[in-house]
Design a protein around this ligand. Structure first.
Ligand SMILES: [Zn+2]
Ligand SMILES: [Zn+2]
Length: 248
């Protein structure tokens, strides 16, 4: 589902329970935050047309982290547009090998324990989750700095889900793109509301919970997660609820 203007100049591409976002810059250029699954490709074209833009307006792809469901079309976008693909250096290996990620708990047990997650995982598989090509030669983002790409996001280090996970803060729009550091739908349990992602896909759950402090500290009003609906009651409240939900 394509949702234009979920926040000022930010557009949500939601496909197979995975979100990526187009962020407008000041001169009509665009950044893609996360790259979904391969099946999001037609929606990306649809979004560009709806915004009256061409693929060449897409200047940057910034990965909050390099799990397969966030790397999907990154390489294809770069090939087609020449956009630079950015990620934290600790995500470089994962970006090239999107399936070799650390996780605390066995993935295969979750569909048995949480049967409501099965349709989600099936939809993800249909969208190409089992055949995501890696992307090499990513450019490095640096925590605490403003990245000079359309939208000028500030990089908020938020490790735990992966070891180089970074959220992206758009201070002028009061928006925080949280990636999978905080989601409102956990694909592995089907639970909704602000939370960290289950141990099936999280490398270090205690660290992920500690990193909620960094998200809360932005004070952002609107949170746009990698999975689930936007949250518009502020970062502190979302972080509180995620801490209360705890690991799963
Ligand atoms: Zn993830
Ligand atoms: Zn994800």
């Amino acid at each position: 589902m394509l949702e234009l203007d979920v926040a000022d100049g930010v557009h949500r591409l939601g496909h197979a329970y995975v979100n990526c976002y187009l962020v407008e810059g000041t001169s009509g250029d665009l950044t893609l935050v996360d790259a979904g699954l391969p099946g999001v490709w037609p929606m990306l074209g649809q979004a560009l047309r709806a915004l009256g833009r061409t693929p060449l307006d897409l200047r940057a792809v910034v990965l909050t982290h390099a799990h397969f469901d966030h790397v999907g079309v990154a390489g294809r976008v770069r090939e087609r547009t020449g956009a630079t693909v950015w990620a934290h250096p600790q995500e470089t290996y994962l970006a090239a090998h999107p399936y070799r990620y650390a996780h605390e708990n066995s993935r295969s047990l979750y569909p048995l324990r949480y049967p409501r997650s099965v349709p989600i995982l099936v939809a993800m598989a249909r969208a190409g989750a089992l055949r995501v090509p890696g992307v090499r030669d990513t450019s490095r983002i640096t925590p605490g700095t403003t990245l000079d790409v359309p939208g000028q996001p500030v990089v908020v280090f938020s490790a735990g889900h992966t070891f180089g996970h970074c959220a992206l803060h758009l201070p002028d729009r009061d928006v925080l793109l949280t990636g999978d550091a905080l989601v409102t739908l956990d694909p592995y349990t089907a639970a909704t509301g602000p939370r960290t992602v289950a141990g099936a896909a999280t490398a270090d759950a205690p660290l992920a919970l500690r990193s909620l402090d960094a998200l809360a500290a932005t004070g952002a009003h609107t949170l746009l997660p990698g999975h689930g609906e936007p949250w518009t009651d502020g970062a502190e409240a979302a972080a509180d609820l995620a801490r209360a939900a705890g690991p799963s």
